[in-house]
Design a protein around this ligand. Structure first.
Ligand code: TYM
Length: 338
């Protein structure tokens, strides 16, 4: 007879910040996997808008960015029937557990986070406490749903490790309470690099718009950016150390076509970078075309989106409250009598 544990589908949780542009890096590093994993796991996804206010936001733009990101993720293929997809700020348990976990996270652990170091250097005029404690909120997001796996790009690995440490520490002090989550980092696409400086990760906050491709970029812009992508003087499409630009383009091409490195090298044998870059541009444009079309439809249907995020938030609240109540009881808070 199967036990309850073996019958239970594994739980996946992941989230993305609605901080303006969603890039090809976000899509290939994380979102594409969210979509692909929906059938085999119990998935739950969120727009991590509480995380976004660690950087000052203009209210109207912030609201617009959140709706735009919500529509774009539905367009990428989140199926709300299978995977609730909610807005973090609408589910109170997140901020509440984050506070609690802050009290089980060491100052030194947070200080070691490379994202904190990078972001505080970048926004030196606003190194707020939220930016510092951001990883405890991220741990709360994940641990509330007892997630087994968290599909993310490589840049979030350190935050995931901290989430694991916090979970293990809490479980050790009290008794098993949280599932200790594993990162799910794809082989191809985990770290999509800047098209202009391929030793740096592709980032939406890059000042040079040619450095990143946005999922909603127009086809002409996508092609222009790939044609201008920095490569090397070797003029040979092959994966090798030091060929960061070409390695990156091969990774992108592989993600959108499903071809292996060997197949790509064969396809471009004897051909120059010009042909290769055009092929990558075309493949990306074709891959994104249906997403862009669906996005436009969702943006015209805000009532439907409201229904999706409201229903998802209700479900998320009910699941996450179970964990939060357990946590509060173990710590010794007086249970609510209402
Ligand atoms: P965010 O919004 O910066 O990025 C969303 C996802 O995209 C991945 N990513 C990349 N992958 C490959 N190459 C790149 N160049 C690239 N740039 C970004 C990120 O790794 C991420 O998976 N803190 C998170 C959001 C978050 C979260 C969570 C994630 C909040 N709570 C709980 C997982 C679980 C963030 O800022 O991601």
């Amino acid at each position: 007879m199967e036990t309850e544990a073996t019958e239970r589908k594994k739980v996946i949780f992941s989230a993305i910040q609605p901080s303006g542009t969603i890039t090809l890096g976000n899509y290939l590093g994380a979102l594409k996997n969210w979509i692909d994993l929906q059938d085999d796991y119990n998935c739950i996804f969120a727009l991590a808008d509480l995380h976004t206010i660690t950087v000052r936001q203009e209210p109207a733009k912030f609201r617009h960015n959140a709706l735009e990101a919500y529509a774009l993720l539905l367009a990428c293929g989140i199926d709300i029937e299978k995977s609730p997809f909610f807005i973090q700020s609408q589910v109170n348990t997140h901020a509440q557990l984050a506070w609690i976990l802050n009290c089980y996270t060491q100052f030194g652990e947070l200080q070691r986070m490379t994202q904190f170091k990078d972001k505080s250097a970048k926004h030196a005029d606003n190194v707020n406490a939220g930016l510092f404690t951001y990883p405890s909120l991220m741990a709360a997001d994940i641990l509330l749903y007892q997630a087994d796996l968290v599909p993310v790009g490589a840049d979030q690995k350190q935050h995931l490790e901290l989430s694991r440490n916090i979970a293990e520490r809490f479980n050790g002090i009290y008794s098993p309470t949280f599932t200790v989550p594993d990162p799910y980092i794809p082989k191809q696409g985990a770290r999509i690099m800047s098209l202009q400086e391929p030793t740096r990760k592709m980032s939406k906050s890059d000042e040079n718009v040619n450095a990143y491709v946005a999922v909603l970029d127009k086809p002409d812009d996508i092609m222009r950016k790939f044609k201008r992508a920095v490569t090397d003087s070797d003029a040979c499409v092959r994966r090798a150390e030091g060929k960061d630009g070409v390695n990156n383009l091969m990774g992108i091409y592989s993600c959108v076509t499903g071809l292996t490195d060997e197949q790509i090298e064969k396809e471009f044998e004897g051909k120059g970078y010009g042909d290769f870059k055009t092929a990558v541009g075309e493949a990306v444009i074709e891959h994104l075309r249906p997403i862009q079309e669906r996005y436009a439809d969702f943006m015209k249907n805000k009532d439907y989106m409201e229904q999706c995020y409201t229903e998802s938030a209700k479900l998320a609240l009910s699941i996450s409250s179970r964990t939060l109540n357990k946590v509060m009881k173990k710590i010794g808070f007086i249970p609510k009598a209402f």
